[in-house]
Design a protein around this ligand. Structure first.
Ligand SMILES: [Ca+2]
Length: 525
């Protein structure tokens, strides 16, 4: 039964009317507490109304405040533009010292940021590195040991994303409010429909290989059609369209612009280039492509080695990609997004055009190889105002550092939340100029049953189970011509143990090919 207190003795509810509450919820809660304490359950109707009004106001403020805070947080998160090329050795770019091939826009990007001189892929073919770029995991963790063949996982009834079981970059950035788009080559399965968080924009191709840059099949709006124009320009057009769509939308973006050029493989190399650079290269000798007799292990691509037609074609396709980079950077500037966007330029893996008598990558040799040039990728990071310009970094870094760095750079370093060990480390303090060191003492790579460790001085390659094995002093022998395996047993033993320790730590039994594991993609022989 309620009792009432005479008005004069009714406790005053301390509800200030003329100030903004510093802590609206605390304020309203205090009012209720005061009423209950003093009134011994005798809250007057007036007091209840006041408290309710205060609570409602507090909640509204909280919601609005929360929304404003979230909007502010999103505003401050950097946009992420990853430009990923297909089969590109670092040596083909002007900023990496190439004297023949014109890449003024990529060179400018390097001048505006930091260039990594010793950046490595973790595998010498396509899909495995793409999976690593998005998950931070080694092939023997994500199970994509080789490139996906046409059809099968990519298009048709068996199609599925090879990353479905893993947390990946697009997915995580999407969760944190990013608008995410993929333009270009996917090559990780289920190509017809958006995957892994890239559902705001999805334009790709039905397969992984490139047989032509004109009249090629593309996927646009969920349908396969033939694109008559120059494919490199087609991707650039879509990237520009994506940027214009997202500009001013109040949300940060993540665009993976995955050119399928320069590529450097296939019969189309024997046809002249058709882009605007063809005429320039038509009479050039391009001696940065070493002329060498074929290495006995070179299995494919012998017709392109030392072939000036193929060499000129690669140069022209490289410059074609550079044009795209120039247009995309100009669009960022036009839209006033450049200072708010970190641009990362890299290749899925390296590529050689004559070095050591090889042409192509590690699947074009028998036995399979992990030659340095097939692994060494360009890697450039730039964001004016946050990443100091014009720096070259000699630290040993890997493609598996990239996703870890991107999340840390966006303030989301803890966002993986999947309890998986990742070999990558964040390069953020290197990028921001707060540290000079921060790379690795060694980077690791694998292709199916071949595994390697690369330190500053040594390269050790082990083919499970029976070899041949290799050991090079790459500081003196960058062409890997003197195999020291027989001559330095102690060194090779130490590196072997180092290699075993790394894979013991990271390989998942399910995909550990040295211990009976399997592969998501078909293994090549
Ligand atoms: Ca590739």
């Amino acid at each position: 039964m309620q009792t009432s207190t005479p008005p004069s003795r009714r406790p005053a509810l301390c509800l200030p009317h003329c100030r903004e509450p510093a802590h609206p919820v605390a304020d309203a809660t205090a009012a209720v507490a005061a009423a209950v304490f003093h009134g011994r359950s005798t809250l007057s109707l007036c007091a209840v109304r006041l408290v309710a009004a205060r609570l409602l106001g507090a909640l509204t403020l909280l919601v609005l405040g929360g929304l404003a805070q979230a909007a502010d947080r999103l505003q401050r998160m950097p946009n992420v533009l990853v430009i990923l090329t297909d089969n590109q050795g670092a040596w083909t770019l002007g900023c990496y010292g190439n004297p023949d091939i014109r890449t003024p826009n990529i060179d400018r990007l390097a001048a505006e940021g930091i260039l990594f001189e010793q950046a490595y892929a973790c595998n010498p073919v396509c899909s495995p590195n793409r999976a690593t770029l998005l998950t931070g995991l080694m092939p023997s963790q994500h199970g994509v040991h080789s490139y996906l063949v046409s059809g099968r996982l990519q298009i048709g009834p068996q199609a599925r994303s090879t990353l479905a079981a893993f947390r990946s970059l697009g997915e995580i950035l999407k969760e944190h409010g990013y608008v995410c788009g993929l333009v270009g080559k996917w090559h990780l399965g289920a190509n017809l429909t958006p995957q892994e968080g890239f559902d705001d924009y999805w334009v790709t191709m039905p397969h992984g290989h490139t047989s032509t840059f004109y009249g090629a099949e593309v996927i646009e709006g969920g349908k396969i059609r033939r694109e008559p124009g120059y494919l490199t320009d087609f991707w650039t057009d879509h990237a520009v369209r994506f940027l214009k769509q997202v500009a001013g939308g109040g949300r940060p973006f993540f665009l993976l612009l995955a050119y399928n050029g320069p590529y450097g493989l296939g019969r189309h190399l024997l046809r002249p280039a058709r882009n605007r650079h063809a005429r320039y290269y038509a009479d050039k000798r391009l001696l940065s492509f070493p002329r060498r007799p074929p290495h006995p292990w070179l299995y494919n691509n012998r017709e392109y080695l030392n072939n000036i037609q193929a060499i000129r074609r690669v140069a022209a396709e490289t410059s074609g990609v550079d044009d795209g980079v120039g247009r995309v950077l100009a669009t960022l500037e036009e839209l006033r997004l450049r200072d708010r966007t970190v641009v990362v330029y890299l290749a899925d893996q390296g590529w050689v055009g004559g070095q050591g008598g090889f042409w192509g990558m590690g699947d074009h040799t028998r036995p399979f190889t992990l030659r340095d040039g097939m692994l060494r990728i360009p890697m450039i990071w730039s964001q004016p105002g946050r990443i100091p310009p014009a720096r070259r970094c000699g630290e040993l870094v890997s493609i598996y550092d990239v996703p870890v760095t991107i999340l840390d750079y966006c303030g989301l370093g803890q966002a993986w939340r999947d309890n998986r060990a990742r070999p990558g480390r964040s390069l953020r303090s290197l990028l921001e100029g707060r540290a000079d060191a921060g790379g690795h003492d060694a980077v690791y790579m694998e292709y199916q049953h071949v595994r390697a460790v690369r330190t500053r001085r040594w390269k050790y390659v082990y083919r499970y189970p029976s070899g041949p094995h290799e050991l090079y002093d790459v500081s003196r022998d960058p062409d890997e011509s003197q195999n020291l395996w027989d001559r330095l047993p102690k060194k090779r033993q130490a590196l072997h143990e180092q290699l075993l320790r790394f894979f013991a730590r990271y390989a998942e039994p399910r995909y550990d090919l040295w211990h009976g594991g399997s592969s998501q993609s078909r293994l090549l022989k």
